[in-house]
Structure formats: C-alpha cells, structure tokens
Design a protein around this ligand. Structure first.
Ligand code: ZN
Length: 307
C-alpha cells in the first residue's frame, strides 16, 4: 500500500465561524477534529477532510481572529488543489461564482481556481472516472459532485532544485512533467495527495505569513520508523536537521524549513483521528490533548463561541 504523498496542509484563517461555514458547508468537507492549537491553546485548530480523516485529504486551520493578512510571494505554498469528478465542473463553477472563480487548463486538466473568505488560494481539478470513489455527504453538496481529497499543492519558490531533490530522495516522488516554469512531481500509485508542483519564480518578493496563507505542508510517513528514516536521509543527503518528534495526538511529527523556505512537516499515518472519539462522531466535541485537559474550563471560556 502506498504511504507516500501529502499528509495535510495547515493554513491561517481569521474568524473561526466563517472558516467553519466555508469549509463544511460551501466546500462540503467533513470537520474531522475540533481541537486547539497545542502551542497556542487560546486558538482553535480545525481539521477538515474526508469521512475518515484520511491522510491526503486533510486541510487544517489556526483561526486567529486578529491575524494580519498574509502577502503572496516566493517561499510559500501558493495553492491547495482538491479533486472533483470531471462531471462536477459545471456544478462547482456555479457554486463558487462569488469566490473569485477562474477557469484554466494545466497539464491538460481543467482547473477552477478560487479563494476562501480569508483570501487563501484554492483550486479544484476535474478528474475523469472518480465519481464512484467514496465521498463525504454534508447534506448540501450532492455526493456525486463532492470533493475527493487533495489533487496537489503548488509551491512558489525562488529556486526549485534542492526542494525537488528532497521530494524525490526523501518523500518518494519523481519528476513527471514540466509546463512553463512549473515542474510536477508525483508519487506512483498515490491518487489522493500524490502531486506537488514546484514553480520557479526567481527574484519575486518573499511571501509574508498571515491570514489567508499556508503555515506548513506535511508529508506522510507510515509510522515512526519510516519517519526516522526520512529524518536520517534529510541529514545525511541534504544537510537538513528536523525538530525533535512532537506528539500531535492524531499523528507524530517532525518539522524543518526546506531550502525554498517553506515549513515542511513529516507526519505519521498513525494513530489517526479516531483515536479519541468514535469515527461516526468525528469533529463533534472539542478535544484537548492530555496536558491541557486540566485547563478545559478556562480554554473553553476563552475560545470563540461557534454556532
Ligand atoms: Zn501540521
């Protein structure tokens, strides 16, 4: 079974309720975990994904009500792209018409680009033959049109060579295509979250992190041993050192800044989101890590109220 590819993408939002409404209602994703930022428990951490919260479908947010807007530029994940059935292109074109929708063709595929309410760049790619894949039914988006996980992410970098070498040597990707200044890397056999595009934009202004920008990109490791093997390769072959492993309850992670300045994470597929609540009711209750459980009353009182 293929275990390489994208694990999750984490971005910065403004208002929590607006973020929740957009991703669960307009985009039709499942809220698979409602917790707090483990490093800043005054803020929520929302995880959206497919029914099971599978790696390769997970977009997460830190909603910081007063975050200043980010600025697009070099050294960031510029666009997060979801898969939809090819026949759903018309449905989504109408549904997202008020979100800055534009239509393009890239690598021979139909792409709809748009923005979330905080300006985060998103896109949908129409894929033939995926109508029968399981999808989350949010009761609003017809299930035959629903999002089926990540298609890809696009990184805008000053230079792409060293980042490309890490994708291929450490994360199991290989270079598969080029279009203009974009090089496409893919993991063989990984249909969901198996593509990373690197766009070379030498001389561009550096990106500034803020509301509507991506905080980090996480790659999959099957388990701790696979993660440690990646850490070893990063050090030995690329001279890059990660943080110590951090327990994020739903996965275990290390972090490092890649040569193009994007913050990368390696996250284990295990134990997954059903570790602290039943799969049927994922995202229902506010979950806290053990070290914060004793402060639950104070944390709940300080968080924004959600409808
Ligand atoms: Zn992460």
């Amino acid at each position: 079974m293929a275990t390489n590819g994208i694990h999750h993408v984490t971005a910065i939002a403004g208002q929590a309720q607006r973020n929740l409404d957009f991703y669960t209602r307009a985009l039709g994703l499942r809220l698979v975990k409602k917790t707090v930022n483990f490093d800043d428990p005054g803020a929520y951490h929302f995880y959206y994904g497919d029914a099971a919260g599978s790696p390769g479908t997970i977009l997460t947010f830190f909603p910081w009500e007063h975050a200043a807007p980010g600025r697009a530029g070099a050294g960031e994940l510029q666009e997060t792209v979801f898969r939809i059935p090819q026949a759903a292109i018309g449905y989504w074109t109408a549904r997202l018409v008020n979100h800055g929708l534009e239509r393009a063709t890239r690598f021979g595929e139909t792409v709809l680009t748009f923005r979330d309410p905080d300006g985060l760049r998103l896109a949908l790619v129409g894929i033939p033959g995926i109508e029968a894949e399981p999808a989350w039914d949010n009761g609003e988006v017809p299930v035959e049109h629903a999002v089926r996980g990540f298609h890809s992410v696009s990184l805008m970098l000053d230079r792409t060579e060293r980042t490309g070498a890490i994708l291929t040597d450490v994360f199991g990707f290989r270079e598969v295509a080029k279009e203009g200044n974009v090089t496409r890397y893919a993991v063989d056999g990984t249909a969901i979250g198996g593509i990373v595009d690197l766009q070379a934009v030498g001389g561009f202004l550096p990106a500034r992190l803020g509301r509507g920008s991506v905080h980090h990109l996480a790659f999959r490791a099957a388990d701790d041993a696979a993660e440690m093997e990646m850490v070893r390769k990063l050090a030995e072959n690329h001279g890059l050192h990660t943080t110590e492993q951090k327990n994020r309850d739903y996965f275990r992670s290390v972090y490092f800044r890649e040569p193009g300045h994007v913050l990368f994470e390696i996250a284990t597929d295990i134990p997954g989101f059903a570790v602290d609540e039943p799969a049927e009711s994922l995202g229902g209750a506010l979950k806290l890590p053990k070290f914060l459980e004793g402060h639950r009353a104070a944390i709940e009182a300080a968080l924004p109220v959600l409808a």
